[in-house]
Ligand binder design. Structure first.
Ligand code: PGA
Length: 257
């Protein structure tokens, strides 16, 4: 265990993959293997259209459900959008916010992401706030500055008493879906900086409780070393969460720590 005050969290980000029935099938397989264990937090984040089926398959399971996005209003004339209240009604615990794909393809900025973080917390959803630099920014030596800005922007107005409900995911954009992973040392350097920022925002006690996940081509072959780092508290898993076998293996690696 990286730290006794934090339980590892392995969260699957399915992105735009799996129909409702395919999702239920995948979740059933994962649930059979992991639904009873409580050593490690496990969550799956299917697309909206698969949430209901997955929620049904996860009744009485310790596996939690998350969404991949939401709109920061509880209801109203926002065609095509989904509210935090709707996600809660489908038994979602988590919601991924500020993923780099949303920042890039849908031009979401820190202010909009911050609105979502606040709205999620208000509806008792736990935000998984994603931050991370592009390759260009890393090569220009801007990693720390970029991640700090995304973190401060995303968390603006979030009070220390909500700290327990926040999860941060550090996902270097150049490592997402590319097969390139940050080395454990590179990742830890950023995770440590994030922890220090959280200490500055919320104080040591609260900051020590916040889980900071690594994301970006994490798979059974590289997960152990990453999770050995002091401030890496699990993973946000894309590709390797789409097959029961690799996802289960990742959870087992975390359980063995
Ligand atoms: P990946 O995706 O594991 O496929 O790199 C991670 C993510 O984007 O959350």
């Amino acid at each position: 265990m990286a730290n006794v005050t934090r339980k590892y969290l392995i969260a699957g980000n399915w992105k735009m993959n799996k129909t409702a029935s395919e999702g239920a099938e995948l979740v059933q397989e994962i649930n059979l293997a992991l639904g009873k264990q409580t050593d490690v937090g496990v969550a799956v984040c299917p697309p909206f259209t698969a949430l209901e089926n997955c929620a049904r398959s996860l009744e009485d399971s310790n596996i939690q459900l998350g969404a991949q996005n939401m709109y920061p209003k509880s209801e109203g004339a926002y065609t095509g959008e989904v509210s935090p209240v709707m996600l809660r009604s489908l038994f979602c615990t988590f919601v991924i916010l500020g993923h780099s794909e949303r920042r890039e393809y849908f031009e979401e900025d820190d202010a909009f992401i911050n609105e979502k973080v606040l709205a999620a917390l208000q509806s008792s959803l736990k935000p998984i706030l994603c931050v991370g630099e592009t390759l260009e920014q890393r090569e220009a030596g801007q990693t720390m500055e970029v991640v700090k800005k995304q973190l401060a922007g995303g968390l603006e107005g979030v009070k220390a008493d909500h700290a327990d409900n926040i999860v941060i995911a550090y996902e270097p954009v150049w490592a997402i879906g590319t097969g390139k992973t940050a080395t454990p040392e590179m990742a830890q350097e950023v995770h440590k900086m994030i922890r220090d920022e959280l200490v500055a925002f919320y104080g040591e006690t609260a900051a020590e409780k916040i889980r900071i996940l690594y994301g970006g081509s994490m798979k059974p072959e590289n997960a152990s070393e990453l999770m050995d780092q002091a401030d890496i508290d699990g993973g946000l898993i894309g590709g390797a969460s789409l097959k029961a076998k690799s996802f289960i293996e990742l959870v087992e690696i975390a359980r063995a720590k």
